[in-house]
Structures are given as structure tokens and as C-alpha cells.
Design a protein around this ligand. Structure first.
Ligand code: APR
Ligand code: PHB
Length: 389
């Protein structure tokens, strides 16, 4: 088997790259270790920057999004039960779009199936070979049979735990990492949200986030301990804790219901540099992880993919290899802006176990400054809606 580009991973990054390349007439095969249902079963964030919506439109998968997504002109930051609105539209003239990552993935999967471009699901034992040669290849086992995909380039879109980054020699990568001493416990429930916009709530009991997927489905989180297990959190315990953190005003308006999904995710910042080794280009979670507080994970995957698409189309149009050579530097500049922003928002809104009094005071001062200063709010808004691509 041969393709111009072998894409490893059919998460949002791999599927989006596949669709953009298909539109540009570049043939790509996607290799995914899981089944389509498994991929669609993962619940992730749901806030899209305008730049991400533009890239989805460019890929031709924006129709369902435009019909169903919720545009949000602002969001709220709660501090000890009181809400302060960050007026995104007034401050920076842009909005964000609330649309679940699961829906983005479904739209991309359907588009790929409709155009007949090849995806191989349940590809096991994926291995990358001759990465620095002019004829790299990927081997894998499918239906018990070992197969080889020859290619010009490989796109490592296989997430944090994938094989692509691990195929790069350790001495060719620099790793930057911060592990936060808490996680997020998330619940999905079919009840109408009691909030029109997302609420990021700071409280003495820890952080909580009130989000939504639609007019009838909420997604809510509470900061939890890394040693907590999902089984220790009954739905009742979760809602009681959530209400205490968002405060009585919101709690009084809320309807709660049984969870349809409940999971705990640890929080981490992680960057691997450079995002290229030989003919292999990393994109999305394969190269970097941000804590979910800034809602940047999916948006960064989309911007990486856009840059990689430009680099590959440039190469195949005959514009030399310069764009390929600039991919990593270009992507990393934007990645580090989002890493900084996500780290800042996480530090601002979470109580760190064993936090010293000086750090607590600085955090409170930071929040007070934000609530009192339009300049500070504009800086937050500019980053939240997404820096230009
Ligand atoms: N071989 C083939 N596929 C693999 C392998 C492997 N060895 N390892 C992992 N994969 C697949 C996973 O099963 C998954 O479907 O790669 C895909 C990676 O998808 P994601 O983890 O969703 O990563 P990405 O596409 O970069 O999306 C980034 O996901 O975690 C969020 O915050 C993040 O929203 C952001 C988005
Ligand atoms: C979500 O809806 O799942 C969500 C929204 C905003 C975030 C993180 C998660 O910052």
C-alpha cells in the first residue's frame, strides 16, 4: 500500500488533516488503533475558537456545526459565589462556539466516509520505519495480517499515549512538563443548563466549571484529588459539591439528573520540541497537552493541523521544502502561547493542596485585578477567543 501521507490516529487532529488533504488532492491513509465507536465514546471539551471553526469550514465539515452549535458572547468567572462576566464580544469583537469535540469528530468521520478516503480502524502494532529516509513506511497488523504502508510523510496525530512521539530518539526531543496536583471530575447529564454561558468558579472548596453541550445537556466539572476514584463520587455527592462551589444563586436555579458519563482526568502541561523528526510531523496531543481550564486542547490540534496542511500543500505544489522546515517553529510559537494561558488560568482558579499563604494572597490579588480592570479582562478575552493563526 502507498500514500503520500500516512496519518497515525483518527482523533480530531488526524481526521481534520485527512479531510484538508483530501480537498487539496493529496492522498492520505489514516491508521487508528481503536474502533470508530470507541473514538466517538470519548468525551472531551467543547469550546471552539473562531479560527478552529474557519478550519473546519475549510475542510468542508461546518454544516452541522453551523446549524447546531451555540455561539457564546462571553463567559463568567465566579469567585465565592459571585459571578463576573467576561464580555468577549464587547472586549475583543469575537465570540467562541460551544460544540462538543465528539460532534466535531463525528462530522469529520462522516465526511471521510462520504468521500471514500481510506481509514483503517483497529490497526494494531503500528510501527514507524526509516523516519529520516526519503522512503519511510508504517507497518501494522489488521485482521491478523501484517501490512506495510509506504509514504512520503508521516503525520503523528495519535495523542499523548501514541507511538509517533515515542518513535523519535529521546536525544532528538526536549520535553517540558508540569503536572498539577489535582484532577477534574466531569459529569455529563441530560438536563437543561441553568446558565446561559460557561461559569468558571473559584471557591474555598476548589474549582468547578459549569458547561454545556446543548440546550438540554450539561457538562460539569469539579476539581478533585488525584487519588479520588469515580466510584467514590455518586451523582448526589457530585451535584452537592458542584452546587457548593458555584454558589447558592446558581444552585437554586439548577436541575440535576443522572450522569450519562463520569470520569476523572489529571491535569498536565506538556510540550515536546521540535514537532518534527525527519519525515514525521507531530500534531495535536501527540506533541503537547494543556490543562482543560483554557479550553485550548482541541483548538491547538486544529491550528497545528492547519499549519501542517499549508506546509504539505506548499511542498506538493512545488514551493520547495521551506514550509515543511518552518512547521515546527510556527506551530510551537502558538502552542507556547496557549500553554502559558492555560497554566495561568489553572493557577488563578484552582486551590493547590498545601498552598502557602503568600501564593494564596497573590492569587486573590490576581482575581481582584481581573475583576477591576478592563485591560486585564481584555487580555483574558483575547487569549480565550484564540490568538490569530
Ligand atoms: N496507533 C494508531 N492510533 C493510535 C495509537 C497507535 N499506536 N495510539 C493512539 N492512537 C489513536 C487514539 O486511539 C486516538 O483515537 O490516536 C488518536 C488520538 O486522538 P486524540 O487523543 O483525540 O488526540 P488529537 O487528535 O490530537 O486531539 C486533540 O483531544 O485530548 C483532546 O484536549 C485534546 O481536544 C484535544 C484533542
Ligand atoms: C467542556 O465543556 O467540556 C469544557 C468547556 C470549557 C473548558 C473545559 C471543558 O475550559
Amino acid at each position: 500500500m502507498r500514500a503520500q501521507v500516512a496519518i497515525i490516529g483518527a482523533g480530531p487532529a488526524g481526521l481534520l488533516l485527512g479531510q484538508l488533504l483530501y480537498k487539496a488532492g493529496i492522498d492520505a491513509v489514516i491508521l487508528e488503533q481503536r474502533s470508530p465507536d470507541y473514538v466517538l465514546g470519548r468525551i472531551r471539551a467543547g469550546v471552539l475558537e473562531q479560527g478552529t471553526v474557519d478550519v473546519l469550514d475549510l475542510a468542508g465539515v461546518g454544516d452541522r456545526l453551523h446549524a447546531n452549535a451555540l455561539p457564546h458572547d462571553g463567559f463568567e468567572i465566579g469567585a465565592n459565589g459571585r459571578q463576573h462576566r467576561i464580555q468577549l464580544k464587547e472586549l475583543v469583537g469575537k465570540v467562541v462556539t460551544v460544540y462538543g469535540q465528539t460532534e466535531v469528530t463525528r462530522d469529520l468521520m462522516e465526511a471521510r466516509a462520504a468521500c471514500g478516503a481510506p481509514s483503517i480502524y483497529e490497526a494494531e502494532s503500528v510501527e514507524l520505519h526509516d523516519i529520516t529516509s526519503a522512503c519511510p513506511s508504517v507497518t501494522f497488523v489488521h485482521n491478523g495480517e501484517k501490512r506495510r504502508l509506504e509514504c512520503d510523510f508521516m503525520a503523528g496525530c495519535d495523542g499523548y499515549h501514541g507511538v509517533s512521539r515515542r518513535s523519535i530518539p529521546a536525544d532528538a526531543l526536549s520535553i517540558f512538563e508540569r503536572v498539577y496536583p489535582f484532577g477534574w471530575l466531569g459529569v455529563l447529564a441530560d438536563v437543561p443548563p441553568a446558565w446561559d454561558e460557561l461559569i468558571y468558579a473559584d471557591s474555598d472548596r476548589g474549582f468547578a466549571l459549569a458547561s454545556m453541550r446543548s440546550a438540554t445537556r450539561v457538562r460539569c466539572y469539579v476539581q478533585c484529588s488525584l487519588t479520588d476514584k469515580v466510584e467514590q463520587w455518586s451523582d448526589d455527592r457530585f451535584w452537592d459539591e458542584f452546587k457548593l462551589r458555584v454558589g447558592p444563586e446558581v444552585a437554586a436555579r439548577m436541575t440535576t439528573g443522572p450522569s450519562i458519563e463520569k470520569s476523572i482526568a489529571p491535569l498536565r502541561s506538556f510540550v515536546a520540541e521540535p514537532m518534527r523528526y525527519g519525515q514525521l510531523f507531530l500534531a495535536g496531543d501527540a506533541a503537547h497537552i494543556v490543562p482543560p481550564t483554557g479550553a485550548k486542547g482541541l483548538n491547538l490540534a486544529a491550528s497545528d493541523v492547519f499549519y501542517l496542511y499549508e506546509a504539505l500543500t506548499g511542498y506538493y505544489k512545488g514551493d520547495s521544502r521551506a514550509a515543511l522546515d518552518h512547521y515546527s517553529g510556527r506551530a510551537l510559537r502558538r502552542v507556547w502561547q496557549a500553554v502559558r494561558f492555560s497554566w495561568w488560568m489553572t493557577s488563578l482558579l484552582h486551590r493547590f493542596p498545601g498552598e502557602d499563604p503568600f501564593t494564596s494572597r497573590v492569587r486573590v490579588a490576581d482575581l481582584q485585578y481581573l475583576f477591576g480592570s478592563e485591560s486585564a479582562q481584555r487580555t483574558l478575552a483575547e487569549n480565550y477567543v484564540g490568538l490569530p493563526l
